[in-house]
Design a protein around this ligand. Structure first.
Ligand code: NAP
Length: 270
């Protein structure tokens, strides 16, 4: 089974790629930092890939095809997180997050789909997040990008099912894997920001939750098992019990009450 995976140089993408390879799958691993490091590695065959650059995506596809032929599966893990107050993101920061997290996935799917349709089968795993299901303070741009993938995936699933293609949204809670290199900050980090005090509390809670998060290799193993089944599940929510509880409460509680609980959790006030 041939799997293309994006964002395979760090975090969940790297752990997943390694687990896919350990499970015996043929992995083509893409990331920008593989430039100049092309070749077989523990995460599969490394190829340079920038999901914000269509020419780079085309080169990745061409090279992957020449190496192993069409993919049986595509896993889109590349992502960035820019923390900040909704009010204070610049246009550039919004565009960067949406381009990487949403368009980066959708445009890779557009390239894999003709190959999968021709084969009459295929599996597409799109990394969203628990933030694809609920919002968290100071993750507005990221949450918007992950909600975008959730809606897009629902459309994609219905359109591609007749071609034998299954679509899964992977919704991780906090995991220990994420690199601080990809945790950027909007101007809210400056003490002059009116949000500064709350921002500090929320950011330290977010960092604490990631440091104490789930084991990324378990997620990688679960995705490897799911990819080897006939069809992917529609969603894989992978996280600790309290994060599953948050998703459930978000569905059940009145919106204002849920927001107040989450505000208390992140900022210690309602
Ligand atoms: N870690 C968590 O707790 C967590 C929780 C929920 C969801 N997620 C999701 O899981 C995925 C991985 O996140 P992470 O935090 O585990 O990893 P991470 O350590 O933040 O790594 C991000 C990855 O994305 C790649 N990337 C960023 N911009 C790219 C671009 N323009 N083109 C190609 N690749 C790009 C990076 O590679 P290069 O810089 O080498 O290109 C790197 O491999 C993301 O989609 C994230 O939203 C993570």
């Amino acid at each position: 089974m041939i799997v293309w995976i994006t964002g395979a140089s760090s975090g969940l993408g790297l752990h997943t790629a390694r687990q896919l390879k350990l499970a015996g799958l043929t992995v083509v691993a893409g990331a920008r930092s593989f430039e100049g490091r092309e070749g077989e590695g523990e995460e599969g065959y490394r190829l340079p890939l920038d999901v914000k650059d269509e020419a780079s995506m085309d080169r990745f596809v061409e090279r992957a095809l020449s190496l192993y032929g069409p993919p049986d599966a595509l896993c889109c893990c590349a992502g960035v997180l820019t923390l900040g107050a909704c009010e204070e993101y610049t246009r550039r920061e919004f565009v960067d997050v949406l381009e990487t997290n949403f368009l980066g996935e959708a445009l890779m799917v557009s390239r894999a789909l003709p190959l999968m349709r021709k084969a009459g089968r295929g599996k597409i795993a799109l990394f969203t997040s628990i933030n694809g299901l609920l919002g968290v303070p100071y993750q507005g741009a990221y949450t918007a990008s992950k909600h975008a993938i959730e809606g897009y995936a629902e459309c994609l699933r219905m359109e591609t099912a007749p071609f034998g293609i299954s679509v899964c949204v992977v919704e991780p809670g906090d995991h220990q894997s994420g690199s601080q290199k990809y945790r950027r900050h909007a101007r809210t980090k400056d003490p002059e920001s009116p949000y500064y005090a709350d921002y500090q509390k929320a950011v330290s809670q977010i960092a604490h939750d990631e440091e104490n998060g789930s084991d990324p290799d378990i997620l990688g193993k679960r995705l490897a098992r799911a990819l080897q089944r006939k069809r992917l599940p529609a969603r894989l929510i992978i996280g600790k019990a309290d994060q599953h509880l948050a998703v459930l409460l978000h569905r059940l509680l009145p919106a204002r009450l849920f927001s107040r609980l989450l505000s208390f959790y992140y900022m210690r006030h309602f």
